[in-house]
Ligand binder design. Structure first.
Ligand code: NAD
Length: 502
């Protein structure tokens, strides 16, 4: 299979999505113009009034209907996802499950997190009733990548819709078929919804840029760091706020007291799942010297059993983008030339569109395979003198998305010292499937959060309402000021703030 077959071919006004392994055209979609994008946002904005008016209970009912519809039609999605990305059906199932959890959780918790709450007014404004509510922003634009096209679309929609917004999704040009299927599923599950509440536009970077400029009230982007920078610059033109979920170079620490079987099993799955095309994939492992050789033997034994191919039940499938294969080749070549050892596979493992598992050992810390996102079925395993050394190395990149640690006794202490949006102890990649904890990065991995209370608040603006319950006679917020009032407040300030307080 030649690399050319993996790409999207775009005519002037349409793009065809092709299966990366077979070249089969899976779907043809419009390349939407800036005017089309503005029209989609206008439809979502009109429909959002109705959606906001339903309140939490009405929205929750419809989000639950959507969950049920997706669950009942899951086989259709497994088939489409397998045809589009060449992925095994298990990979799509994993994405769907995570997406269903996001919809379920966000709908169930929206009222608790966003509903109006009374808060203490404090001493200075004692006579006021104070309340905070989190209001929908209006319309959220959601731009998604090709590597997890089901999960990223469902996740973005879940939090934006549960918070009361309309949404316009621009799925990746390489995964438009599953992206559009996911967006349309909402209206199919809820035929009473006004058209366009959950809308989509398709196209390349220009269509995405048009969505940034369209007047949406927030732009939630999941994708690469360079595109994230461009999106932030474009959104700055209208001061449109952004949520950026970008790349990663996640590290795993294997401590001396780790369960080595569990660590090896998890590292092999975490680095190879989805052919390593995962933002939170395990790309680096730091294993303390004392257990290194035993750990390496276990990783080798497991990685060599992994199956790669077009079979719907393979462990993983083809690389989706030809350029990514070039990056993998560059990283592996550089590492080997600079003295690394290939424990499993090597350059021969790169057979486009497939890349068989590659495990590199003792890779120089300043090499591309350690510092840049590889985004393929390649994992670097390096030594650490001890846990302190492992932590320093794990924290040594510009990224900070996920991380993990294997230790029977010291997992929490090590986790607290890792610079990342999330850390899993004795497992990997849990952030994707766990909707109650925030998911996002630090540094070049981006900012803002999906999931959890923070994920819902991302798609709202905080609204404060204060209500004067009774007058205090001499008001602070009124003229004229009197000496008597000044003296009273002076005493209060000394009494209240001039001594220890809790
Ligand atoms: P990408 O940045 O190339 O493209 C993502 C999306 O942005 C696509 O829909 C694309 O059409 C659009 N786009 C491109 N140029 C644009 C522009 N100038 N303005 C607006 N939109 C534009 O990313 P990709 O290659 O599709 O995805 C892989 C990357 O995504 C990896 O770096 C991976 O780590 C990251 N990712 C991150 C997460 C996360 O949650 N942090 C999840 C999945 C993937």
């Amino acid at each position: 299979m030649t690399a050319q077959l993996h790409s999207v071919t775009g005519a002037a006004d349409t793009l065809a999505v092709r299966n990366p392994a077979t070249g089969e055209v899976v779907g043809t979609f419009p390349v939407h113009t800036a005017d089309d994008v503005v029209a989609a946002v206008a439809r979502a904005r009109a429909a959002q009034q109705w959606w906001a008016g339903l309140g939490f209970a009405g929205r929750r009912k419809r989000m639950q209907r959507w969950v049920r519809w997706l669950a009942r039609h899951c086989d259709e999605l497994y088939e489409l996802g397998h045809r589009e990305g060449g992925k095994p059906k298990g990979d799509i199932q994993f994405e769907l499950l995570a997406g269903l959890e996001d919809i379920r959780w966000s709908a169930a918790h929206a009222k608790r997190v966003l509903g109006e709450k009374r808060v203490a007014p404090g001493l200075a404004m004692l006579n006021f009733d104070a309340r905070v509510a989190y209001e929908p922003l209006g319309v959220a634009g959601v731009i998604t990548p090709w590597n997890a096209p089901v999960y990223t679309v469902l996740c973005g929609m879940a939090y934006a819709l549960s918070a009361g917004n309309g949404v316009v999704v621009k799925p990746s040009e390489l995964a438009a078929a599953t992206g559009v299927w996911c967006v349309e599923s909402f209206a199919k599950a809820n035929p009473d919804t006004p058209a366009g509440l959950a809308g989509w536009v398709t196209g390349f970077g220009d269509t995405g840029a048009a969505l940034c400029r369209s007047g949406v009230d927030k732009l939630a982007f999941t994708g690469s760091v360079p595109t994230g920078r461009r999106i932030m610059a474009t959104c700055a033109e209208n001061l449109t706020p952004v949520l950026l979920e970008l790349g990663g170079k996640d590290a795993t620490i294997v401590a001396e007291d780790a369960d080595l079987d569990e660590a090896a099993r998890s590292v092999v799955w975490g680095s190879l799942w989805n052919a390593g095309q995962a933002c939170v994939g395990v790309e680096r492992v730091y294993v303390v010297d004392a257990v290194k050789s035993e750990f390496l033997a276990k990783v080798k034994q497991r990685a060599e059993q992994v199956t790669v191919g077009t079979d719907p039940l393979s462990d993983y499938g083809p690389m989706i983008v030809p350029n990514q294969i070039d990056i993998i080749r560059r990283h592996v070549t550089d590492a080997l030339e600079r003295g690394a050892t290939a424990l499993v596979g090597g350059l021969d493992s790169i057979r486009p569109p497939y890349v068989e598992p590659i495990v590199l050992v003792d890779v120089p810390e300043d090499s591309a395979a350690v510092r840049e996102e590889t985004f393929g079925p390649v994992v670097v395993i390096n030594s650490a003198r001890d846990v302190d050394d492992a932590i320093a190395k794990a924290n040594g990149t510009v990224f900070g998305l996920g991380s993990s640690v294997f230790s029977r006794e010291h997992g929490r202490e090590i986790a607290a010292r890792l610079r990342a949006g999330g850390t899993t102890i004795n497992s990997v990649l849990t952030f994707v499937g766990l909707p109650s904890v925030p998911f996002g990065g630090v540094g070049d991995s981006g900012f803002g959060r999906f999931h959890g209370d923070d994920g819902l608040r991302e798609f709202t603006r905080a609204k404060a309402t204060t209500f004067k319950r009774f007058g205090m006679g001499q008001e602070m917020q009124e003229f004229p000021r009197t000496d008597e009032q000044f003296d009273i407040v002076r005493k209060v300030v000394k009494l209240r703030y001039g001594r220890r307080f809790r």
